[in-house]
Ligand binder design. Structure first.
Ligand code: GLV
Ligand code: GLV
Length: 319
């Protein structure tokens, strides 16, 4: 039997079928991930790895894993995988697209509303005993309905967010490597060059994959191009944004607020400057965290693993 290394404690119903067909070595603590040194050591004999977006399957790990044949990654994003080396070595990698699209789009839109209407700040205000009276301009935010949403990265999730925005009578602008003519025709989404999108949007949301090309795609010059009333939302990967530049823009009033589900370093450190700002809504990378989506992601990986272990070709292959 092949050795299958699982870097987390996953719900047993998604692991049990694998115990029949592989030699499963897993991390057993729910609250923590397998420490890096243990991951490197256990990888030595592993033919298969089931990882999460936090586990770096980088050049170092791959050097420690000479027998590796397959990686199943519990995420749609795969910037944690050294994908070109994985491909060169003939290792199969799979991910979990589609099943998390709705959950992620729901959260993205929820975070947009929460940031625009200051939901977290308002809830804290109430619990802190500060609510003394109804006051006309108390805790006022930006109106979502009828405003303009600019989406950078119009893939499956971007398109799902844009369709939600139509229900709020928003004008949807998008920037993407490829034009989405069908979406333009069917829903009226409009393509813009990046600088036009930044200048015209009330909400700027990034939903592009994180690659060397999108590293710090949003930096000081891009933040300067946004409206002073603009709200920036990131539910993709923290590295797409220069966090220092974002902090400066939020502090100086170059933009109005930000909603962030992702950070350059995760978990984000509690003394991170962005967390000192009242106009930042910060979440712990939960965009796909509905029970339905997470179960479907686990089931997607499980199916790929079982298929591979039965010497067949798994679906959702990245390589
Ligand atoms: C989550 O961030 C994912 O890539 O699935
Ligand atoms: C507010 O509660 C209103 O009734 O306008």
């Amino acid at each position: 039997m092949k050795k299958l290394l699982i870097t987390r404690k996953f719900p047993e119903q998604f692991v049990a079928p694998l115990r029949e067909v592989a030699h499963v070595v897993e991390w057993t603590e729910i609250e923590t991930a397998m420490p890096r040194d243990k991951f490197l050591a256990e990888a030595a004999e592993a033919e298969v790895i089931w990882s999460t977006l936090e586990d770096k399957i980088d050049e170092e790990l791959l050097m420690h894993a000479p027998k590796l044949q397959m990686v199943a990654n519990l995420a749609v994003g795969y910037n944690n995988l050294a994908i070109s080396t994985i491909k060169e070595r003939g290792i199969i990698a799979t991910n979990t697209p589609n099943v998390l699209t709705n959950a992620t789009a729901d959260l993205a839109f929820g975070l947009l509303i929460a940031t625009a209407r200051r939901l977290v700040e308002s809830a804290d205000y109430l619990r802190a005993g500060k609510w003394k009276n109804w006051s006309p301009m108390l805790l006022t935010g930006m109106e979502v309905s009828g405003s303009t949403l600019g989406i950078i990265g119009m893939g499956r999730i971007g398109s799902a967010v844009a369709r939600r925005a139509k229900g709020f009578d928003m004008q949807v602008l998008y920037h993407n490597r490829n034009r989405k003519y069908e979406d333009e025709e069917m829903y009226g989404f409009q393509y813009r060059a990046l600088d036009e999108l930044l200048a015209e949007s009330d909400f700027v949301m990034v939903l592009t994959p994180y690659t060397s090309e999108t590293h710090h795609l949003i930096s000081a010059p891009q933040l300067k191009q946004m409206k002073e009333s603009a709200i920036f939302i990131n539910v993709s990967r923290g590295g797409i944004v220069d966090e220092h530049a974002l902090y400066e823009a939020l502090k100086n009033g170059d933009i109005w607020a930000a909603g962030l589900d992702v950070f350059q370093e995760e978990p984000v450190s509690l003394d991170h400057p962005l967390l000192t700002l009242p106009n930042v809504v910060a979440l712990p990378h939960i965009a796909s965290a509905s029970v339905k989506a997470r179960h479907a992601m686990l089931a997607t990986n499980l199916e790929a693993l079982l298929t591979f272990l039965a010497d067949d070709k798994p679906k959702n292959r990245l390589t």
